[in-house]
Design a protein around this ligand. Sequence first.
Ligand SMILES: [Zn+2]
Length: 262
Amino acid sequence: MGSDQLPERLDVVAVAPHPDDLEILCGGTLAKLVKQGYKVGIFDLTSGEPTPRGTLATRKKEAEEARRILGVQVRVNVELPNRVLMDGPEARFALATQFRRYRPGIVIVAGGRTPAASPDHLQGQLIGEAARFYSQLTKWDERFDGTSPYRVPHLVYIPYPFDAETRHWHSQFVVDISDTIDQKIAAVRAYESQFDTARFQKVEHLIRSTNGFHGARCGYMFGELFALPTPIGAVDLVQVVHGSKGSLAPVQLPGKDHPPMG
Ligand SMILES: [Zn+2]
C-alpha cells in the first residue's frame, strides 16, 4: 500500500475494546482536543456485541452518533471478537495495521484491570501496548496489510476508574474538561441499547462524581485522569508546577514582589 492511498494522519488516537468505553473514560478530553484543532480518532477493538439489549446494527449506529456528538473525525472498528478478546499476534497485527495507516502522534490506551467487569479491558491494554511496539517493526509489512513501518511517538493511559492498581501509577495528570462534560454525557447517552434510563442515571452519576473528584484535585470543575508510562520530563519547573492553570506566558509567582525577609 503506497502512502498516497493512506488516510490523513491523526494527531491523537484513543483505543479501547468496546464502543462506549472511551466516551465514558475520556470523552471530555477527546471533544476538547477536537475543539483545540487536533485531528482525533477512536479505535474500537470490537463491535461490543452481543449484549443483552444491543444488536450489531444499533451499536454501530449509536457509536456513530457518539462520534458525531464529540466531533471526533474518525472512528475505526478493528473487528476483533468481543467477550473473548485476547492479546495475541493476530490482534496485535490488526491494531498495528491501523496505527500504520493513520500514523497518530499520540496513542491513548484504556488501561488497567476491571476484575468485576469485562476481561476484555485488560486484554485491550496489552494489545494496545504491543501494537504500538509492533507498528514500527521492519521486514514484516505483509503482516500489516502491506503498510510501511510507523513509530508511534507517545503512549498515554486512560485508566478504568475502578482499578485499584492504576491509582498508584506514576506520572498522572488531569485534563480540565469543564467545558466538554456535557458533550461527554450526551455521547454516553447515545448508547440507548446499553443504558436505559435507570442505567444511564447510574453511569451519569459515576461520570460526574469521578470527573468532579479528579477535576477538583486540580482546581477544575471536571477533569479526566491520565497516566504516562514514564515520568513527565520538564525543562521548566515553574511551567509544570504552576502553568497548569492555562497560561503559557512566563509565570508571575505568588510572593515574587514581596520584600526580602530582613
Ligand atoms: Zn467495556
